[in-house]
Design a protein around this ligand. Structure first.
Ligand SMILES: [Zn+2]
Length: 251
């Protein structure tokens, strides 16, 4: 496979980077990223990965677009209200970059389907863009089991956090949070609210981690939880260690 002339032009700002180059761009075009949740975090993650030329993007989301989503879920527009989020997301990505194949899964993730979906296209990297604890533990455990690298993120109000799990290289989500908290502890954005730019910042960092992982460049947020406080405009990196009694230590 060689890059066509329009691809050389489209990706020229990537290609002139010594960290990317033509080989790196080919790697991205041959990469497959699965994004779980096509909402506030998934929107910027999917759009930047599509713009960067990730060849295959999987989108999972059971929901339809609601008017109250548009304050932060920028992959969807006014005309998409009532449309399945994965359909709306696919249309936006197709308009943005026809090089990208979008695979859609309009379903709730559960222990019954998550590993099959990850294995469906043998995704290289998974992005957790969900908004509830059970889904986050489910994604973590499936990725640990399948030895898949993934980016975790969580947001609430004016705060966000993110970390990257790489098998054998550092702690997983369960190393920090042990077990799912009670269901009512999930970050309820309808109750507590979230400033729309928060998932914009954090989802964009998740896309950055995915690109770095796929290219094999730089330092990932492995063993580090990045905590973002928009009110004080502070980013803090908290060191975290793998727990020897965690499931991730046995895979
Ligand atoms: Zn662990």
């Amino acid at each position: 496979m060689i890059l066509a002339n329009d691809q050389l032009e489209r990706y020229s700002r990537n290609i002139i980077l010594k960290e990317v180059g033509t080989d790196g761009q080919m790697k991205l075009l041959n990469s497959k990223v699965l994004i779980v949740g096509t909402g506030g975090l998934g929107s910027p993650a999917a759009m930047y990965l599509a713009a960067a030329g990730i060849g295959t993007i999987g989108l999972i989301d059971p929901d339809v677009v609601d008017l109250s989503n548009l304050q932060r879920q920028i992959i969807h527009s006014n005309n998409d209200v009532g449309k399945p989020k994965v359909k709306s997301g696919k249309e936006t990505i197709n308009n943005l970059n026809p090089d990208v194949e979008v695979v859609t899964y309009q379903e709730w993730i559960s222990s019954a389907n998550i590993t099959d979906i990850i294995k469906d296209r043998d995704y290289d990297f998974v992005i957790d863009s969900t908004d509830n604890f059970p889904a986050k533990f489910l994604i973590n455990d499936a990725c640990v089991l399948l030895r898949k690298s993934f980016s975790h993120a969580g947001i609430s109000q004016l705060y966000g956090q993110t970390m990257t799990y790489v098998p054998g290289k550092g702690p997983c989500y369960r190393c920090i949070f042990l077990d799912p908290p009670p269901a009512k502890a999930s970050p309820d954005l309808t109750e507590k609210g979230v400033l729309g730019v928060i998932p914009g910042v954090i989802g964009t960092i998740q896309a950055t981690e995915a690109i770095k992982y796929l290219l094999g460049i730089g330092k990932l947020l492995t063993g580090k939880l990045l905590v973002f406080d928009a009110l004080d405009m502070e980013f803090r990196k908290v060191d975290i260690a793998a727990r020897t009694d965690c499931i991730c230590e046995n895979y």
